[in-house]
Design a protein around this ligand. Structure first.
Ligand SMILES: Nc1ncnc2c1ncn2[C@@H]1O[C@H](COP(=O)(O)OP(=O)(O)OP(=O)(O)O)[C@@H](O)[C@H]1O
Length: 611
């Protein structure tokens, strides 16, 4: 059996065989922490340094305590002699505890702020991305990794960074004290922790490799999960008795995912076991060396006593450090995914001149467009001109390229080759927002904004001042949306989403009327009209076409429809076939030509006559 393309995917692993170094990981996280919560970040840094100093001081004071206790003489005298140093040790560690509480308090403000900033950056990048990027599977993969894992691990990475710095400072305190007591004690400390550190590092590597292999499967499971749990597909799944099919789809993706998880957990447990065993041996060697130093008389017993404590403090700090560093490296790979997505999204954005453009005269010059990853052109070598105020109609079979061509005219896609010019200017070189500002677009499958009826219309141009609501009401009257709203329980303030309490659902045609109102409310000189009347009843369709005719009076209009009766009044009809412009002219000219249009028209007329 051939493995479907969305199953185990090794390309992602190859791409990242080599782990990025810690500095490469910490830099972006550090930058994010600094930008998200500069004050708390500074407080954490200062308190951590003070806490490290208190720990070092406490260790030094411990040597004094042990020296006094190990002196010869009556026990009571020795304890009394050690009291001042004992108080100092208590004060140092008490202070350290208080400082650590301060670190925790400041730290608590960092993580939510990092999440908040990272989310906004992600959504902004996604909204900024070029439309064509959404037709690209690798863009989706990146988006999925960045949104579902990148954000989560970014938060964890920020936590680990704080932990890492704390552990580093704790370690510096222990190493500093050990070096001051005897330089040989420092390398001995490493023996105890390096094997465990290797194990954690190796298992992080394995985890990431596994995620790289299964990301596409994971996405598949999520898609199936939507099918099984969301409201939209629920009716059709039941009507088609597709429940077992959906479950099978789930199993096909979920079984290999489960097997991969088991394999990973087993391999990780094995590596960690080896690491633990070696770490035990390392600790035994550490204490043996310490015993040797005391036995040879190179180190006094009191110093050795402090060294034991310092080794314990140092080992624990080093363990925390290795763990935090390794988690950070692992999380850093997801952070890199997040950054990569941000870069890809930003990179996909077409930047151009920030100048006003005028779409009254549109010219296409040998325009070809291929969707990302597709080797067939959806629009091929199309040249045409649209005169100011002209209404052109695009007709043709399903998939002939009408919608794609309309989006090229509107500047939503940039041609793969050729040029789209507005009043002589190639719009590929113009800022996207400037182009979009001049277009009103009503599409086949409009967004159902989970908001009030009013917002559903106003979002057509959300920054247009409409204090008394006249603009919204006018657009609604033209599209027939006013009748829909009149029947809603709270009129314009009714929430149009069943997913929220008190929300209501509309029929397809009712949604479409609101979408048409939204397009009309936008009010721009170039109108793209992509079959928006298909779900409307005859009365609403008639009303909408009447308002379209009124709108067309002072606008350039690109009209897409399969109802040839509706295109008879267009100034020119263009027939597309497999992406190519094969016929154009007025209704009468095309009928006289006796080509594809004439055949289609005859067919539709017969169907209507039969009906
Ligand atoms: N997002 C996409 N990614 C890849 N290919 C696409 C995408 N959208 C459309 N296509 C392909 O491009 C071709 C043209 O599609 P387009 O939607 O422009 O046709 P259309 O004439 O508007 O069709 P319809 O009458 O069904 O609305 C089709 O072969 C389609 O499969």
């Amino acid at each position: 059996m051939v493995t479907p393309h969305w199953q185990l995917d090794d390309s992602a692993v190859e791409r990242r065989g080599v782990l990025r170094g810690l500095p490469g990981v910490t830099r972006p996280v550090l930058r994010l922490v600094r930008d998200a919560a500069p004050g708390p970040a500074l407080v954490v840094a200062v308190l951590q340094v003070l806490s490290g100093l208190a720990a070092a001081f406490g260790l030094f004071a411990t040597t004094g305590v042990l020296t006094d206790l190990l002196e010869s003489g009556p026990t009571a005298d020795r304890v009394v002699a050690a009291l001042p140093e004992l108080l100092l040790v208590g004060a140092a560690f008490g202070l350290r505890g208080a400082l650590d509480v301060g670190v925790s308090l400041a730290h608590a403000r960092i993580t939510p702020a990092v999440r908040r900033l990272a989310e906004e950056q992600l959504y902004r990048a996604s909204l900024d991305a070029d439309l064509a990027a959404f037709d690209d599977a690798s863009f989706h993969d990146r988006m999925h990794r960045a949104r579902d894992r990148g954000l989560f691990y970014l938060e964890r990475a920020a936590d680990n960074l704080v932990e890492l710095i704390g552990a580093l400072i704790g370690l510096a305190a222990a190493v500093g004290s050990l070096a001051a007591l005897h330089p040989l004690l420092v390398p001995v400390l490493l023996l105890a922790v390096v094997p465990d550190g290797w194990a954690v590092h190796r298992s992080a590597q394995m985890a990431y490799a596994s995620v790289g292999r299964t990301v596409a499967l994971d996405r598949r499971v999520q898609l199936v999960s939507q099918l099984a749990t969301e409201r939209e597909p629920a009716a059709e799944i039941r009507a088609y008795q597709a429940e077992p099919f959906v479950l099978d789809e789930y199993r096909v993706a979920a079984d290999p995912l489960r097997d991969e998880d088991v394999r990973l957990a087993t391999a990780q447990a094995r590596v960690r076991g080896v690491g633990r065993a070696l770490a035990g041996v390392g600790l035994a060697v550490t204490y043996a060396v310490l015993g040797l130093l005391v036995g040879r008389g190179w180190v006094p017993l009191a110093v050795a006593g402090t060294a034991v404590i310092a080794v314990r403090v140092g080992t624990s700090a080093l363990n925390r450090l290795v763990l935090a560093a390794n988690q950070l490296v692992e999380q850093g790979m997801y952070v890199a995914d997040y950054r990569e997505f941000l870069d890809a999204a930003t990179g996909s954005r077409r930047t151009g001149a920030d100048v006003a453009v005028d779409p009254s005269r549109v010219a296409l010059d040998r325009v070809t467009f291929r969707y990302p990853g597709s080797d067939r052109a959806a629009v091929r070598d199309v040249s045409l001109g649209i005169a100011p105020g002209e209404t052109i109609a695009l007709v043709g079979e399903n998939g002939s390229g009408k919608t794609t061509l309309a989006k090229l005219v509107a500047g939503l896609y940039a041609p793969t080759s050729g040029q789209v010019r507005w009043s002589g200017r190639d719009i590929a070189g113009v800022d996207r927002a400037r182009v979009a500002d001049r277009v009103m677009m009503v599409l086949q499958d409009p967004v159902r904004w989970p908001h009030t009826a009013h917002v559903n219309v106003r979002v057509g141009r959300h920054d247009r001042p409409d204090p008394d609501g006249r603009g919204v009401r006018g657009a609604a009257a033209q599209s027939g949306a006013d009748e829909v709203v009149a029947r809603l329980p709270q009129r314009w303030r009714t929430l149009l989403s069943k997913q929220f309490r008190g929300g209501v659902e509309l029929s397809g045609g009712q949604w479409q009327r609101l979408a048409v109102a939204r397009g009309l409310y936008r009010d721009a000189p170039l109108l793209i009209w992509d079959e928006p009347t298909a779900p409307l009843d005859a009365k609403a369709e008639f009303a909408v076409y009447e308002s379209l005719r009124a709108l067309a009076a002072d606008r350039t209009v690109v009209l897409i429809t399969h109802r040839l009766a509706s295109v008879r009044h267009a100034d020119r009809i263009l027939l597309l076939h497999e992406g190519e412009l094969v016929e154009q002219g007025t209704h009468a000219e095309l009928l006289a030509l006796g080509g594809r249009y004439a055949d289609l028209y005859a067919l539709q007329s017969r169907m209507h006559a039969d009906a």
